[in-house]
Ligand binder design. Structure first.
Ligand code: HEM
Length: 202
């Protein structure tokens, strides 16, 4: 049986509230962190817990942002496209918190030490590669930048979100000493999203 189209009222409501609701929801991980930090509930090693927590959410938001186009292609729900930039910027926001917690709380902003770490630890090198891409994408995410670069060039540049996400997953895989299941799950989700995009575009 064909699905009844959503009523215009419902569509208008969705158009109005979708973005603010998703925005508020995207801040929940930060609120949960703040609550735990304020109540001394970050565990025995709060600095490590902080870096890891924001690293997890950075990767999750990267995948959520990457899921927007496949959701649009599979379910034909075009409205979700309006969330892509916001979700991408939230991914960048959580990456920034992740890196700041490492550089600030762990290394006390010792930049020569950061350089040593980048050269010494391969997983940090790979993380930096992802970070550089995400900075370029965040800087060029504005409407003015889309106009300046031109749609085609802008889209080509923003396809680099895939190498950034792959590097994010590899970074995670390289840093875990045991329990490779989680990075594997992220890798499978990423591969699935990419496959949908390729297959549906044909
Ligand atoms: C797209 C960029 C990045 C993503 C998505 C990402 C994600 C992650 C994830 C998922 C973890 C593991 C969390 C866990 O064990 O539950 C992690 C750990 C870590 N990341 Fe990143 N990361 C990124 C970039 C970086 C960069 C640029 C640096 C350093 C400059 C960095 C430093 C670290 C460190 C030090 C850890 C280990 C934390 C610890 O065990 O104390 N990451 N990251």
């Amino acid at each position: 049986m064909a699905e009844a189209p959503a009523s215009p009222d419902f569509q208008a409501l969705l158009r109005r509230w979708l973005k603010p609701v998703v925005f508020a929801a995207a801040l929940l991980p930060l609120a949960w962190y703040a609550w735990r930090a304020a109540n001394g509930a970050l565990g025995a090693n709060p600095i490590e817990a902080t870096t890891r927590y924001f690293g997890d959410w950075a990767l999750r938001f990267l995948l959520i942002a990457l899921a927007v186009t496949p959701v649009r292609l599979v379910f034909g729900w075009t409205g979700v496209g309006r969330l892509r930039r916001m979700l991408g910027l939230f991914a960048f926001f959580y990456v920034a918190l992740h890196v700041m917690s490492y550089v600030g709380l762990d290394l006390f902003f010792d930049l020569p030490l950061l350089l040593q770490e980048i050269l010494k630890r391969r997983y940090i090198t790979v993380g930096m590669f992802a970070l550089v891409i995400l900075i370029a994408l965040a800087v060029t995410s504005t409407d003015a930048m889309v106009r300046r670069l031109g749609g085609k060039r802008w889209r080509r540049l923003h396809m680099f979100v895939y190498p950034a996400a792959i590097a994010g997953v590899i970074h995670y895989y390289m840093m875990v000493r045991a329990g490779f299941l989680e990075p594997l799950i992220y890798a499978l989700i990423l591969a699935g999203l990419f496959a949908v995009r390729i297959l549906k575009r044909r």
